[in-house]
Write a protein that binds this ligand. Structure first.
Ligand code: ADP
Ligand code: MG
Length: 214
C-alpha cells in the first residue's frame, strides 16, 4: 500500500523524430534528478522485453509482417500492459521519464496514410492511458536528424517517412508540450529540460494523474 502523504511523481515524456536526442536527454534528466535526490526512473516505449514488445521488435526489424492496424494496436497494448505499473510508480512518488509514448504511437501510424486509419482512429486506443504531465518535443528537421550519422536499418528509418511523422507530431501539439529546439547543444537543451522538469515535478505533487482523452 502507498503511504499517506506521499507526493506523487511527475510523468514526463520525450518525443520527436528519430535522432532528435530523446534518449540522450531522457537519460541525462534521470541522472540529474537522481543525483539531486529525486526518485526518478527512465522508461521507454516500445518496451521490447514483454511478449507484445517482442512482436513489435520483430516487426520493426522486418523479421515479421503485421497488418498496419494490428501493429498500431500492439504498440498501444504495449503501453496498456504497463499502465498499472506506471500508476503505482507515480502514486508512490517516483517520477517517470519516458522515452517515446502515445504521441509516437499516433504519429507513426497516421503518417502511413492508410485508408480508414485516420487520426481519430489512431488516437482511440490511447484513451484512458495515463496522460503525461509534461511532454518535451525535441524539434529538429529531418535533414538535421539524418546528418547525425544517418538512419539505421529499422522499418521506419527513412527520410521521407520521418518528414510525414514530423508533420503528424506537430498536429498533436497540446498545452502539456514544451517544444525545444533540438538543434541546440546537448548542454543547452539539458538545462532547459531541467528547469521545466523541476517545475512539473513540483506541480504534479498536488495534482491527480489524468487520463488521455479524459
Ligand atoms: P533519439 O533517441 O531521439 O533517436 P539520440 O539521443 O539517440 O536520439 O541521439 C542521436 C544522435 O545524435 C546520437 O549520436 C547523439 O549523441 C547525437 N545528439 C543528441 N543530441 C544532440 C545535440 N543536441 N546536438 C548534436 N548531436 C546530438
Ligand atoms: Mg532513442
Amino acid at each position: 500500500s502507498i503511504p499517506a502523504g506521499v507526493r506523487r511523481g511527475a510523468f514526463i515524456v520525450f518525443e520527436g523524430v528519430d535522432r532528435c536526442g530523446k534518449s540522450t536527454q531522457s537519460k541525462r534528466l534521470v541522472d540529474h534528478l537522481n543525483s539531486h535526490g529525486v526518485d526518478a526512473e527512465l522508461w521507454r516505449f516500445p518496451d521490447r522485453q514483454t511478449a507484445i514488445g517482442k512482436m513489435i521488435n520483430s516487426y520493426l526489424t522486418s523479421q515479421s509482417e503485421i497488418d498496419d492496424a494490428g501493429v498500431h494496436l500492439l504498440f498501444s497494448a504495449n503501453r496498456w500492459e504497463k499502465r498499472d505499473a506506471m500508476l503505482r510508480k507515480l502514486q508512490a512518488g517516483t517520477t517517470l521519464v519516458v522515452d517515446r509514448y502515445s504521441h509516437s504511437g499516433v504519429a507513426f501510424t497516421a503518417a502511413k496514410k492508410v485508408p480508414g486509419l485516420d487520426l481519430d482512429w489512431c488516437k482511440a486506443p490511447e484513451f484512458g492511458l495515463p496522460a503525461p504531465d509534461l511532454v518535451f518535443f525535441l524539434q529538429l528537421s529531418v535533414e538535421a536528424a539524418a546528418a547525425r550519422g544517418g538512419y539505421g536499418e529499422e522499418r521506419y528509418e527513412k527520410e521521407a517517412f520521418q518528414e510525414e511523422v514530423l508533420r503528424q507530431f506537430l498536429s498533436l501539439r497540446d498545452p502539456t508540450w514544451q517544444v525545444i529546439d533540438a538543434s541546440a547543444s546537448i548542454e543547452d537543451i539539458e538545462s532547459k529540460v531541467q528547469t521545466h522538469a523541476t517545475e512539473a515535478i513540483s506541480h504534479a505533487a498536488a495534482a491527480q494523474v489524468h487520463a488521455i482523452g479524459g
